[in-house]
Structures are given as C-alpha cells and as structure tokens.
Ligand binder design. Sequence first.
Ligand code: IPE
Ligand code: IPE
Ligand code: MG
Length: 244
Amino acid sequence: MARDIQDDRPATGPKHVAIIMDGNGRWAQNRGRPRLFGHHAGARRVREIVEACPDLGVKYVTIFAFSTENWKRTQTEVAGLMKLFHRYITREARDLFDEGVRVRFIGDRVKLDEKLVSLMDELELLTSGNSRVNLTIALNYGGRDELTRAAKRLAYEIEAGRLTHKDVDAETLAKFLDTHVLPDPDLVIRTSGEARISNFLLWQSAYAEYEFIDTLWPDFTAEVFAGLVQNYGARDRRFGAVKA
Ligand code: IPE
Ligand code: IPE
Ligand code: MG
C-alpha cells in the first residue's frame, strides 16, 4: 500500500537532496577487489538513504548513478554497471513500491538498451501513485546533455510554430528539462573527497548548498546523511539578496 504524504519536515530542512554517489571504485580497490564489487556495495546503500528521508523531512532525493561521461570506462565496467541497474530495478521494485517511494529516471534513454528502458518505464508507472518520498535516479545523465536536448526540443517547438523566440525565458526552458516536475535541489552532497560536480544538475543547482565529504559512497550511512541534513539548517541562503 502506498502511504500518504507526511509533511513533518522541519521548516529549515532541505526538501530536495541530490547526491553524487562517488567512491565505489576506490572502496573496492582498498579491499583488493574489482571495481564492480564496489558498485554492488554502493547500490546496497541506496535503500537505507531513501528510507531515512521521510523522518528527516526530505521529500525528494536524486541520485547520480551513471553519467554521460561514464561510457568512457572499460567495457567490463560499463556492462557490469548496466547489469547491476537491471538487477537493482527488478529486485527493488516491490520494496520501493511498498515503502511509498515514487521513482523517476532522468537522463537520455536513447543510448540505454531496450530491456533496461522498459524496466525503467515499468517502475515509474508502478510507483506513480506514491508520494511518501520521490526518488529520482540519474542514469546516462549529464547536465550539458540535458540542456542541449532541452534546447533542441525548444527549437523544434519554434520551428513548428507552437512557440516564438519571445517565449524563451528561464521558466520555459526549465519545462523542457528532464527535471521539469521536480523542485530544484536545496542540498547537493558529493562523497569520496572530490570537490567537483561532474556535470550533475548544472541548471537546477544554481543556488544549492554543497557538502563535499570524504566518506566513500559504500560507507555512507543514514547517520552521516542525517548529520548533513541537520547542518543544512544552519546555512543562510540569500539567493543574491541582502538580509534585512
Ligand atoms: C561512483 O563511483 C559510481 C559511478 C560513477 C558509476 P566510482 O566508480 O566513480 O568510484 P571511484 O571514484 O573510481 O572511486
Ligand atoms: C560522477 O562521478 C558520476 C556519478 C557518480 C555517477 P565520476 O567518478 O564519474 O566523476 P569524475 O570522473 O571523478 O569527475
Ligand atoms: Mg568516481
């Protein structure tokens, strides 16, 4: 049974947290194991983080699973990751549904295999009535790619005469992004010690707060997550203005 919205989040908490789940490869290498071992351990972490969201008042959580640049990795790693995504969706679908999670995918589906895309579509449909927590999985996602695809679709609408150049403003452009139904992230977390965003949610994170932490993704616990969500409450977001 899908659960109802419980909007008990503290007024100061982040409504949308986006996470760059980095460090799986190094976590495995530290243990003398192949990189894919780290990816499997990383995938197992996701459930705990998603389940922690409702109590922390986080309504939206978006995770970076595979970037448009990750195709540059070895064929073995890419194939292993694709297989992991198949398996993850198949195995977790029921629990995600039962937990009241609404799952969405962002990214370009064109390069993904048909079977995987149909599993993604099915999971989106299965969970479309849920609203307890919104999990968005960025798969073959790149911020520049997303903006380029949006610009292309906007140009097409103009060519077709349904819009004119006068309609092009930030609000209209945002409607063409993969994230059009999501609020902007309030907090972006990156694990593994790298202080870069690697093409993640470029447009949407314009005014997000960032947390770069050393923990490798497979070691990221609900406790660490809760600490970062609590830190956020102390931030003073000014959005370019001066506080009176
Ligand atoms: C993040 O972990 C997961 C993906 C990019 C798919 P990495 O695989 O980038 O791990 P490191 O950064 O090499 O340790
Ligand atoms: C970002 O991590 C992508 C994901 C977490 C899916 P990467 O490991 O690919 O980023 P870089 O190469 O360190 O910038
Ligand atoms: Mg990495």
